[in-house]
Design a protein around this ligand. Structure first.
Ligand code: G3P
Ligand code: CA
Length: 300
C-alpha cells in the first residue's frame, strides 16, 4: 500500500480521536443547581459528575478562619444571622447551610473551611478555583491564609485563586508567585480594561501581567477579545453561563474554561457520549475498537 495512502488513513484516525473540545468544565459554587451552594454535598456531586474544576467563595470569621461562603453575611444561605467577620468559627460551623436550597434532599449541610475543601479535593484530579470575595481590606491577611492553605496541601498544580479585587490577587502573588491567579471582571468594566491592556501590550510587546488569566462575565467575551487575550499569554474564563447556546459559542471561540451552575449540562456538550445509555455507550466503544483494529491491520 502506498505510503501517502497509509498516512491519509492515519490522519483520518487521529482527527476522529480528537473531537472532544478542550475546555474546562467548572462547577460554580460547586454547581449550585445541583445541591446547596458552596457545600460538601455540591462538591461531592461535582467530583462524581467528573468536572475539571470547582469554584468556591471564601470569607473570614472574626477568629481568622477562612470559610467557604458566598455572601459577606450568613443570612441568605443559613439559618443564622450576622456578618461573617463578626462571627466565630464555632458559631458559623453550627449553622445549617441548606437554607437557600429548595429541594427535599440536602436538608442540613454545613459551612466548611477552605482546608476541609482542599482535603476532599486532594488526589481527585479536580482543580479548586478559590474566589477571595473581599480581600485584606475587610478580612486581615485572608490572602496570606489562603496561600498558607495551598502551600500546606502542596496544591500548586490543582488550585487557582481569583478575585475582583486586584490588590487581593497581587498580594497572593507577593506571598507566593507560584500560585496561579485570575483577575475577575464584570461586563461593565471589561471593555475599558481590555482596551487598556491591549494598548499597553502594543506599546510594550514583552509586557507580562501579574496574573495568569482573566475570568470575565461571559457575555463580554467575543471571539476577537478571546483571541487577543490568549495572544497576551493569558487564560480566558467565562462566568456564569446558564444557556447551552452560549456554552457552545464560547467553546467554538476557544475559551479556556466555563463556570456554570449546571456542570452536568456543560459536560454533556463537551462529551456527548455522556448522553448515551450505558448499553449504547458500550456498543459505541466496541464499534470504535473494531474499527481501530481493522484500520491498523489495513495500514500495517
Ligand atoms: O467565578 C466568578 C463568579 O463566581 C463571580 O460571581 O457572585 O457568583 O461570586 P459570584
Ligand atoms: Ca464566586
Amino acid at each position: 500500500m502506498k505510503l501517502t495512502f497509509k498516512l491519509f488513513i492515519l490522519i483520518i484516525l487521529i482527527s476522529g480521536c480528537s473531537t472532544k473540545p478542550d475546555v474546562k468544565v467548572i462547577a460554580h459554587r460547586g454547581g449550585s443547581h445541583q445541591a446547596p451552594e458552596n457545600t460538601m454535598a455540591a462538591f461531592k456531586n461535582a467530583i462524581k459528575l467528573g468536572v475539571d474544576m470547582i469554584e468556591i467563595d471564601v470569607e473570614q470569621t472574626i477568629d481568622s478562619v477562612v470559610v467557604v461562603i458566598h455572601d459577606a453575611t450568613v443570612d441568605r444561605t443559613t439559618n443564622g444571622t450576622g456578618a461573617v467577620d463578626t462571627l466565630t468559627w464555632a458559631y458559623v460551623k453550627s449553622l445549617n447551610a441548606s437554607r437557600s436550597w429548595k429541594g427535599d434532599n440536602f436538608k442540613n449541610e454545613k459551612i466548611s473551611t477552605l482546608d476541609e475543601v482542599l482535603e476532599i479535593l486532594k488526589g481527585t484530579g479536580v482543580t479548586l478555583l478559590i474566589e477571595i470575595k473581599e480581600g485584606g481590606e475587610r478580612y486581615p491577611e485572608i490572602e496570606k491564609r489562603t496561600v498558607s492553605a495551598i502551600q500546606k496541601f502542596n496544591a500548586y498544580s490543582w488550585t487557582i485563586v481569583q478575585s475582583f479585587n486586584k490588590k487581593a490577587i497581587d498580594r497572593v502573588k507577593e506571598e507566593d508567585e507560584n500560585i496561579k491567579t485570575l483577575y475577575l471582571l464584570g461586563r461593565s468594566n471589561f471593555r475599558d480594561y481590555y482596551n487598556k491592556i491591549r494598548e499597553e501590550r502594543e506599546r510594550n510587546p514583552s509586557l507580562r501581567f501579574n496574573y495568569d488569566g482573566l475570568a470575565v462575565s461571559y457575555k463580554a467575551w467575543s471571539k476577537q477579545s478571546l483571541d487577543s487575550v490568549k495572544q497576551m499569554g493569558l487564560e480566558t474564563y467565562g462566568w456564569t453561563v446558564g444557556d447551552t447556546i452560549a456554552m457552545k459559542r464560547l467553546i467554538d471561540d476557544g475559551i479556556t474554561g466555563i463556570i456554570t451552575d449546571d456542570p452536568d449540562v456543560l459536560l454533556k456538550i463537551v462529551n456527548p457520549t455522556l448522553k448515551y445509555t450505558s448499553a449504547s455507550l458500550w456498543l459505541t466503544v466496541f464499534y470504535n475498537f473494531i474499527f481501530a483494529v481493522g484500520s491498523l491491520l489495513l495500514i500495517f
